[in-house]
Structure formats: structure tokens, C-alpha cells
Ligand binder design. Structure first.
Ligand code: G16
Length: 543
């Protein structure tokens, strides 16, 4: 085996976004592209000599090749151990758990999450630190700096590792341990929830459908829901991970999980439906005839978490990303616990979790999680819902109605405008920002603006400040709109418009979200001069 140093780099545009580096797969396949990013990551963390890493991905096209490349580079850089999921598979929450359990120095996750996979679709890589969470901004900034100055990377000339063979392997001086991707994660879930109660629920005829969307959660969901909890065979559908996710978007929302939504809205719907994304960290929850928005899901979980063994003693607090609805704040207020508002990106929850300030976190982008790992966790959210359903013995719809009757309802929807030319999207945002001083007090579509600003986050744990984290307009009467540009897309800009309207416990809580949000939506379209900036006012995706 020969060590070599290959002259290459730098490559433009290797700036990590909301969740690592995401690009078209063919970009990652350019000779040296992945290698330079990985070497830059190693350089940014002071090298990997003597260190241990967890490595795995969601099984999308190029996953296995990328893992072979990374293993050889880690060996050439002196790493001591790589823990790798069998077949190169590991869900994002499973990586987070393994980093913590095995006390490794960090991990690398190969995934572009909910983005489609394939040679002409998307690929991605993310570095997680020793607490199991995504690298914080201070680390991603160092990584980016390294990508700007890199001129060479190190690798080793060695045969590929048989990723399917469990057990110990060797590359140069580095050990590679291939592990069952599901076992440790499933064991962790068993410590958090009342598996006996959930088992009894299924034994009593409770029916569920879980759509794994041809992505990484399939094997985890089958092992936990069907094998351990006794859900009938066939409960988990699309359970075999495929490298192009069966040609679909592994994005658990009503648009991309359409077949599941149709089944759940039909007269023969099962009691409970759920879906997860490419790398298993997102979730969608839907009851018979009743879709639960991710913001409401976080609030319901916070209000009922004490029904599951892990959270029996109560929660330290709840954190949500700024664009997520304020529904969970109302629960925190009632429980008398902390609530925090962070920028979009799971990495911002890490400090709050590590400091014990919060127990649950969630985002409007279908992410919910707790202090059991440092990533959002799709299957965990599904199991917590199941545990709550097993205890409350009510339907999802009834739980929601009760929740709104107690706390009021935060009507909520996110509208995405995809593949907008970057300049047009920037111009729209600049146009809005330029009006901040003059907007308060003005009327738009019957709503009066109360305040408008750009969100900055002051991390209460390490004091760091993150600016420009989204533009907010709040209106008198409980309406709010947030606009930001996505940090996870790979083509042009994706403009996200987040709409919210609060209706108190005594108000009409039975409207459709579309009807309840019509005024705030119209106001945003007007204030931003949307038609003239981006040439349309109808979004591509509404969640
Ligand atoms: C990532 C982040 C989330 C974020 C989401 C959307 O999720 O981890 O925190 O909410 O992207 O981000 P954006 O609005 O910038 O596209 P994932 O599941 O894609 O890793």
C-alpha cells in the first residue's frame, strides 16, 4: 500500500450550507472535488491522526464510492478507526448516536437529505463533531477557509473494503469496523419508549402505514415497527433503500408523500401514517383524515412527552427554529419551561442541548428531536407519537382538536418558490429589507404591520452571533410572515415564505390553513412586489 499526496484544488463554491455541502452528483464526481472537501475538513479540525470517525450515508447514488474514497483518505491522514454502517448505510440520527456511544472524534454523513438522488440529481456530505451534532458555524467557517487554500490531498493506494462484510477490516494502519446499521439505534429507542404499551396497541388492531420513501429508514422502520413492536408485515412500505429513491423525492411532506396522504385521507385509512426522508432525520405525521404540520407536531409532542418513559420527569425546555410556528412556545409557557428561537439549521440546537437548557427541538422543515442524539430524528418522532397514542387512546385528529382547544391554533404553511434566478431572489429580499423602517403601521390586504426586521441569533451558551437569518414581518392580530433563501438547494435560489396566523382557543379552529392564511399571503405578495421580482406568485410546493 502506497501513500500518496495528490496535487489538486482549490475548487470554487465549497461553502457548507444549512446542512453541509450539497451539489449535483456530477460535481462531486469531478476528479478531486470530494477529496479536496474531505481534506479541507480534516485540515480544519487539526487533522485526523490517531482519531476515530463514524462514516455512513443514505445509500444514494455515489454513496459507496464516496465512502471508499473517504476511507482511503482517512487512512492516509493517520486515522486510527473508522466505524462504517454495513453496505455504507447509516441514517443521520444513527450516525449521531454512534458518535456519542462509541465516543469517536466525529463523523461524516453522505447525504443530500430529502433532495432526489442519482447521477443527475444531488449528493452531499456533512461533518458532525464529537457531541454527535452537525459542525457549528465556527467549524464550518474554518472548513470553508481551508477549501479556499487547499492544494493537495492525501490518499493511499489500497483495495476497496467489502462494505457488506460485518467485522474488522484494515486499510494501511487504520481499522475499519463494519457494523449493523440498525442494532445500536434500535436498542437506544427501546430505552426511550414504552415498547410494551406500543406493542399492545398494535396487538389490539391499531393500523399504521410508514412510508420509508425507498430511503435509509426502511431497514430501521422494519426492524423496529414490524419485528420488535409487532406491527403487521406490510406496515412499512418502500422499505428497501434504492440509489435514486425509486425515482422520487425522499421528502416527507404532503406533496412528495402523495400516495401516503391519499391513503390517509381515504375512507379505509389506517389509524396513523408517517414518512421519513432520504437520511432518516425528517418525519411527516398524519392521522386518519388529519395532517399534522411539523410545527403542531412539535407542540403536541412537547405537551405530551411526559407520557413516554424518557421524558416522564418533564422537559428542561423546547427550542424551535425562528420560521417554525410559535405553537411550541405556548406549550413551554404553560409548562413553565424554557423556550428558545434559533436560526434554521439543526446545528444551532447543539449548544442548548449540551447545556441541558432544552430537551426537545423542532423545525417547520419536518424535523423533531430530543437530547437522545444531536440530530433531528424521524423514527424517534414517530415512536414518541405512537407512545402518546398508546397512552391517550385517542385518534390523532382528536388529540389535535384538544390541543387547539387548550392552546389555540397556529395556522401555518410554508410556500417554496424553487429554482428562482439567484439575482431575482436577492432583489426581492433587498426590496423587502429596504422597507423595514417604513413598514410598521402600514396596511396590506387588510392587515396592519406591527414590526419588520432581520433575525439575528445570540447564542445564550457560547455568546456567538449569527446575523441575517431571515426577514420577519409581524402583523397586528397574530399574523406573521418570514422570508428566507434556502441553504440546502443545488439549483438557483429557493425562496421560502413561511406564513402563520394565530387563532386563540375560543376562535374558529376548523378553517383550512389556506383560508386562514389568505390575508397574510396576499400581504406578503404585495409588500415584496413578488410578481415583478420573480414573475410569479404561485409557489411550487406548499407544506
Ligand atoms: C436541513 C437542516 C434543517 C433545515 C433544513 C432546511 O435539513 O438540518 O435544520 O431546517 O435543512 O433548510 P433550508 O431552509 O436552508 O433549505 P436536512 O433534512 O435537509 O438536513
Amino acid at each position: 500500500m502506497t501513500l500518496s499526496t495528490i496535487k489538486k484544488g482549490p475548487f470554487e463554491g465549497q461553502k457548507p450550507g444549512t446542512s453541509g455541502l450539497r451539489k449535483k452528483t456530477r460535481v462531486f464526481m469531478e476528479p478531486g472535488y470530494l477529496e479536496c472537501f474531505v481534506q479541507s475538513t480534516f485540515n480544519a479540525i487539526g487533522g485526523v491522526a490517531g482519531k476515530s470517525l463514524v462514516i455512513g450515508g443514505d445509500g444514494r447514488f455515489y454513496n459507496d464510492k464516496a465512502i471508499q474514497i473517504i476511507l482511503k483518505m482517512a487512512a492516509a491522514n493517520g486515522a486510527a478507526l473508522a466505524v462504517v454502517g454495513q453496505g455504507g448505510l447509516l441514517s443521520t440520527p444513527a450516525v449521531s448516536h454512534l458518535i456519542r456511544k462509541r465516543k469517536t472524534d466525529g463523523g461524516l454523513i453522505l447525504s443530500a437529505s430529502h433532495n432526489p438522488g442519482g447521477i443527475d440529481e444531488d449528493f452531499g456530505i456533512k461533518y458532525n463533531v464529537a457531541n454527535g451534532g452537525p459542525a457549528p458555524e465556527s467549524v464550518t467557517a474554518r472548513m470553508f477557509d481551508e477549501t479556499l487554500k487547499i492544494t493537495e490531498y492525501r490518499t493511499i493506494d489500497a483495495p476497496d473494503i467489502a462494505l457488506g462484510d460485518l467485522g474488522l477490516h484494515q486499510i494501511g494502519e487504520m481499522q475499519v469496523e463494519i457494523i449493523d446499521p440498525v442494532a445500536d439505534y434500535a436498542a437506544l429507542m427501546e430505552t426511550l419508549f414504552d415498547f410494551g404499551k406500543i406493542k399492545a396497541l398494535f396487538a389490539g388492531g391499531f393500523m399504521m402505514r410508514f412510508d420509508a420513501m425507498h430511503a435509509v429508514t426502511g431497514p430501521y422502520a422494519k426492524a423496529i415497527l414490524e419485528d420488535r413492536l409487532g406491527a403487521p408485515a406490510g406496515t412499512v412500505i418502500n422499505a428497501v433503500p434504492s440509489e435514486d429513491f425509486g425515482g422520487g423525492h425522499p421528502d416527507p411532506n404532503p406533496v412528495w408523500a402523495k400516495a401516503l396522504m391519499e391513503e390517509m385521507m381515504s375512507p379505509t385509512a389506517p389509524d396513523f401514517g408517517a414518512a421519513s426522508d432520504g437520511d432518516g432525520d425528517r418525519n411527516m405525521i398524519v392521522g386518519r383524515g388529519s395532517y399534522v404540520t411539523p410545527s403542531d407536531s412539535l407542540a403536541v409532542l412537547a405537551a405530551n412527552a411526559h407520557l413516554a418513559p424518557a421524558y416522564e420527569a418533564g422537559l428542561a425546555g423546547v427550542a424551535r427554529s425562528m420560521p417554525t410556528s410559535a405553537a411550541s412556545d405556548l406549550v413551554a409557557q404553560k409548562l413553565g419551561i424554557n423556550s428558545f428561537e434559533t436560526p434554521t439549521g439543526w446545528k444551532f440546537f447543539g449548544n442548548l442541548l449540551d447545556a441541558g437548557k432544552v430537551t426537545l427541538c423542532g423545525e417547520e422543515s419536518a424535523g423533531t428531536g430530543s437530547d437522545h442524539v444531536r440530530e433531528k430524528d424521524g423514527l424517534w418522532a414517530v415512536l414518541l407519537w405512537l407512545n402518546i397514542l398508546a397512552q391517550r387512546k385517542q385518534s390523532v385528529a382528536d388529540i389535535l382538536v384538544d390541543h387547539w382547544a387548550e392552546y389555540g391554533r397556529n395556522y401555518y404553511s410554508r410556500h417554496d418558490y424553487e429554482a428562482v434566478p439567484t439575482e431575482a431572489a436577492n432583489a426581492l429580499m433587498a426590496h423587502l429589507e429596504a422597507q423595514f423602517d417604513s413598514l410598521p403601521g402600514t396596511q396590506w390586504s387588510g392587515l396592519s404591520v406591527r414590526a419588520a426586521d432581520s433575525f439575528s441569533y445570540h447564542d445564550p451558551v457560547d455568546g456567538s452571533v449569527s446575523e441575517n437569518q431571515g426577514l420577519r414581518i409581524s402583523f397586528e392580530g397574530g399574523a406573521r410572515a418570514v422570508l428566507r433563501l434556502s441553504g440546502t438547494g443545488t439549483e438557483g435560489a429557493t425562496l421560502r415564505v413561511y406564513l402563520e396566523q394565530y387563532a386563540g382557543p375560543d376562535a374558529d379552529n376548523s378553517l383550512t390553513a389556506e383560508a386562514a392564511l389568505a390575508s397574510v399571503r396576499a400581504a406578503v405578495i404585495e409588500i415584496t412586489a413578488m410578481q415583478s421580482h420573480i414573475g410569479r406568485t404561485a409557489p411550487d410546493v406548499r407544506t
